[in-house]
Structure formats: structure tokens, C-alpha cells
Design a protein around this ligand. Structure first.
Ligand code: CTP
Ligand code: CA
Length: 224
């Protein structure tokens, strides 16, 4: 067929990709979430597949078709995504965390719909698990690639995340002001311990192919 599954720079590599937002329930009808479309992660999954990888895509709630030849696992919450990633870990050589995981979730989820009684309402939130940090700290660990969506201090914040989570690579993009999230175009600054590469503004599908080529290059250097 049109898909090259045998050759390619990631031939035989087992790749797990997280994508999209997560959705944290407040009550049976309300959620806490974010504006991630999942488009970058889905494009990365498709590009990894086209590069010959065996791809598992763990997706939050998004309105996107599953890329051809990719195994998709749909999840809702950060806790669900965390569990799905851990289950996939023994069969993961390369982990690409593109999901916009909610950092906080309601500390309590009500079984019943909250009624509007009081004039104001405060929600108590608790931290969700940091999926990428946990995978990176795992032994044995897959090759770990993170994303960093930042409104400011892009390179500094991304480099800090690369070090803090002990990642192999990080792809940083600017968000806000019609950039990044919810947009068909994006630009990436890709960083690793002793290098960097800018991928200029382009459609997410093209960026994903360029990013996967960079990842494959670093991955093959490290797994030699
Ligand atoms: N990530 C994750 N699990 C979380 C939060 C983030 O796996 N609970 C991953 C994201 O998929 C991304 C990377 O960690 O690859 C960085 O996410 P980001 O939101 O930019 O950074 P945080 O570490 O959450 O810090 P902050 O939001 O405060 O900038
Ligand atoms: Ca975050």
C-alpha cells in the first residue's frame, strides 16, 4: 500500500504518543479541560507510522480521525491517560508526550449535578500525576520526548523542563495570540542536552514529519 511499514528511520520501533487534552469531571455534566485540539499529536503519530514505527496513540477527547495503521486508545481524564501509558510502557521504546494533560483536577467529583445556590463557588483542585516525568524516571525507560507550550520565556522554560524531567528531547512552541493551540500552523524549537534545531512555522502535518525525522536521528544515536 501507500504506507511504507518495512523501511523507514523508525522501522520496528514501538512508539507511544499521547495527544489532546484531558477532561476532569466536576460533576456528571461539567468538566475542567483546555483548548488542545490534539492535531499536533495525531500528526506526530501519523508521521511516526509513516517512518516505519509501530504506533500506539493514547488520545484524550478530540474530534479527529485515527491515522491509518495506528492503534488508538481513547481516554478521558489524566488518571485514565496515566493508566493507559503505564500499561503500554513495557512495549514502548520511544515515548512522545504531546498531550495537554490537565495539571489539576477537582479534589472532589460530585455524583449529582451541582445546583446554583450560592452567589459564588470555589472549586478545590489537586495535582494530577505528571505522566511524562514518571515515564522518564522509570527503569528501564523509553527514549522520552516532551512538548512545552509556553506563552513566554520559551527557550528557558523548555530547557528547564528538559532537565527537570530528564528528557531526551523537548519540542517547545509558543501559545496564545493566535499561535499554537487551536491553530493549523505552528513553529517548534527542538532542544536536547547538547543541541537544538528550529522548525519554522508550517502546517502541523509538515512540522510533525520534520520533528519525527529529528527524533529518529537522536533515537538511533542513543540506542547504538
Ligand atoms: N505532561 C504529562 N503529564 C502531566 C503534565 C504534563 O505527561 N500531568 C507532559 C506534557 O505532555 C508535555 C510535558 O509534560 O510533554 C510538559 O507539559 P507542560 O504542561 O508544558 O509542562 P508542565 O510540566 O505541566 O508545567 P507547566 O504547565 O507548569 O508549565
Ligand atoms: Ca502543564
Amino acid at each position: 500500500g501507500a504506507l511504507r511499514t518495512r523501511g523507514g528511520p523508525l522501522a520496528g520501533v514501538r512508539v507511544t504518543v499521547t495527544a489532546g487534552p484531558t477532561r476532569e469531571p466536576i460533576d456528571p455534566v461539567r468538566v475542567l479541560s483546555n483548548r488542545s485540539s490534539g492535531r499536533m499529536g495525531f500528526a506526530v503519530a501519523a508521521a511516526a507510522r509513516a517512518a516505519g514505527a509501530e504506533v500506539r496513540l493514547i488520545a484524550g477527547p478530540v474530534a479527529l480521525p485515527t491515522p491509518l495503521g495506528v492503534t488508538r486508545i481513547d481516554v478521558e481524564t489524566a488518571a485514565d491517560m496515566h493508566a493507559a501509558v503505564l500499561a503500554a510502557l513495557p512495549a514502548t521504546d520511544l515515548f512522545i508526550a504531546s498531550a495537554a494533560v490537565a495539571d489539576y483536577r477537582p479534589a472532589q467529583t460530585s455524583d449529582r449535578k451541582l445546583k446554583k445556590t450560592a452567589e459564588s463557588l470555589s472549586l478545590s483542585l489537586e495535582r494530577t500525576p505528571d505522566i511524562l516525568a514518571e515515564v522518564s524516571a522509570h527503569d528501564p525507560r523509553p527514549f522520552c520526548v516532551g512538548f512545552a507550550a509556553e506563552t513566554d520565556h520559551l527557550l528557558d522554560n523548555a530547557r528547564t523542563k528538559l532537565t527537570a524531567k530528564q528528557l531526551d528531547m523537548i519540542a517547545a512552541n509558543r501559545v496564545g495570540h493566535a499561535l499554537g493551540i487551536e491553530q493549523p500552523d505552528n513553529a517548534l524549537e527542538v532542544l536536547w542536552a547538547d543541541g537544538a534545531h528550529s522548525l519554522p512555522r508550517a502546517p502541523k502535518e509538515q512540522l510533525a514529519r520534520e520533528l519525527v525525522a529529528l527524533i529518529a536521528e537522536r533515537y538511533r544515536l542513543q540506542s547504538k
